[in-house]
Write a protein that binds this ligand. Structure first.
Ligand SMILES: NC(=O)c1ccc[n+]([C@@H]2O[C@H](COP(=O)([O-])OP(=O)(O)OC[C@H]3O[C@@H](n4cnc5c(N)ncnc54)[C@H](O)[C@@H]3O)[C@@H](O)[C@H]2O)c1
Length: 387
């Protein structure tokens, strides 16, 4: 039987304009295509209005494949387009600041991939543009929306593991493990890459701030082991594309932490992991097993005392109810879909982004911390953070 629409959809569409149709353009568009049927009861209906990429052949083909209504090769058209409500910047790192600032000035809501900007000065301009606008602006720290990560945040915030003493976080990949690869091959990008600290360390820093709290000071070693890859970072001639970072963190609440990022960690495909130790228990999680939160809570029962593995897929767990029955796992893709849904829900229904979504203030603070880590590595000094 042919199914006919029963009438106009009562939801007001949010017209999406996506910049960049590479890896992340595909990932974010995938989210917009899935949101209407995963969240049918919500007042959120993304419409694929305009796709932008400087590569005309690619954008033409991808606009058809994804189902966009139109395409352009010029981001200035995208950010001014009257048929676009939300600009989603999935372009390379150096293409984040100007389109986002222009879109906000034009009253568009904005999503920007991480790292929000390579230079602190650019991140500050973006933060200030978001502050000056009544539109909403989110930086894509998508791991906040993995159900196990959100459950951990709730447990820490409610005091279930007591006073947090320590956190250790790693983001490890192996894309650059072969020393013969050029920087762009090593970091699988066709644009001058800004290094491991910007590319994946930014996520690790956001997890620290999200789960434990504001960072007060850092000391760090930032290294490029293969010296010919120490090219000027895209958008910042004063910085270079690093391969590995090791940092010691001091949190404002008295906790301490260590962070490592690496793009030369042979054997590690996409290993974001952390462990948090508190006075009443510990939590640990990693992205290669994203549904499992390992929890150790002091109970007084010595024989079973240790970590328990919790499969975070119950309908009462954060973000899980919209998905599949208990035990039917979610993955990396779903964190992006859940994040984009919550942003569009905030836009459509005038909800706050904080504290669960990363605002441009969060993107700016991560840029400040990365800059401090670089300065610490250059000077050998611990750096106090000023936001
Ligand atoms: N949050 C995550 O999970 C995640 C994962 C990977 C990458 N990223 C971030 O996403 C962003 C995009 O990364 P990617 O891997 O999709 O890159 P990509 O190279 O796959 O895609 C970028 C696209 O932007 C286009 N482009 C470049 N300059 C442009 C311009 N001036 N105007 C219009 N289009 C332009 C390119 O032609 C390309 O199609 C980066 O900031 C990266 O750090 C985030």
């Amino acid at each position: 039987m042919t199914i006919r629409p029963t009438g106009p959809d009562p939801k007001k569409p949010l017209r999406m304009g996506v910049l960049g149709c590479g890896f992340m353009g595909k990932c974010h568009t995938n989210a917009y295509k899935k949101i209407p049927y995963i969240y049918p009861a919500a007042n959120v209906l993304p419409r694929l209005s305009l796709l932008c990429d400087k590569d005309e052949r690619k954008v033409q083909a991808e606009a058809v494949r994804y189902g966009f209504e139109r395409y352009t090769t010029d981001w200035t058209e995208l950010v001014a387009d009257p048929e676009v409500d939300v600009v989603d910047n999935c372009g390379p790192d150096p293409v984040h600041p100007e389109p986002c600032i222009a879109a906000l000035a034009n009253g568009k809501h904005v999503i920007c991939e991480k790292p929000m900007a390579i230079r602190v000065a650019d991140a500050r301009r973006m933060r200030d543009a978001a502050r000056a606008s009544s539109a909403k602006a989110m930086c894509t720290f998508n791991y906040r929306f993995m159900p196990a990560v959100r459950l951990a945040k709730d447990l820490v915030a409610s005091g279930r593991i007591g006073v947090v003493y320590q956190m250790r976080v790693n983001y490890l990949q192996m894309a650059g493990h072969d020393p013969s690869l050029s920087p762009n091959q090593a970091w699988y990008s066709a644009w001058p890459h800004s290094g491991g600290l910007q590319g994946i360390g930014s996520h690790a820093i956001d997890q620290c701030r999200f789960l434990v709290g504001e960072i007060k000071s850092v000391s760090a070693l930032v290294r490029t082991f293969n010296k010919d890859r120490a090219i000027a970072s895209a958008g910042d001639p004063d910085a270079f594309s690093d391969e590995g970072t090791a940092a010691v963190l001091e949190f404002e609440n008295g906790a301490i932490g260590v962070m490592e990022s690496s793009v030369v960690a042979t054997g590690r495909k996409n290993y974001l992991s952390w462990e948090i130790n508190g006075s009443k228990g510990s939590l640990r999680w990693d992205l290669e097993h994203p549904n499992s939160l390992h929890a150790c809570v002091v109970t007084g029962e010595n024989s079973l005392f240790g970590f328990s593995e919790v499969n975070v897929t119950e309908s009462f767990h954060p973000y899980s109810g919209a998905w599949w029955p208990s035990g039917h796992n979610l993955g990396w893709e779903h964190g992006h879909i859940i994040e984009k849904f919550h942003f569009l829900d905030a836009v459509a229904n005038q909800k706050e982004l904080s504290p669960f979504q990363a605002t441009f203030e969060d993107g700016y603070r991560v840029a400040v911390i990365i800059d401090a880590m670089r300065r610490s590595s250059l000077t050998g000094q611990r750096v106090e953070l000023r936001y």
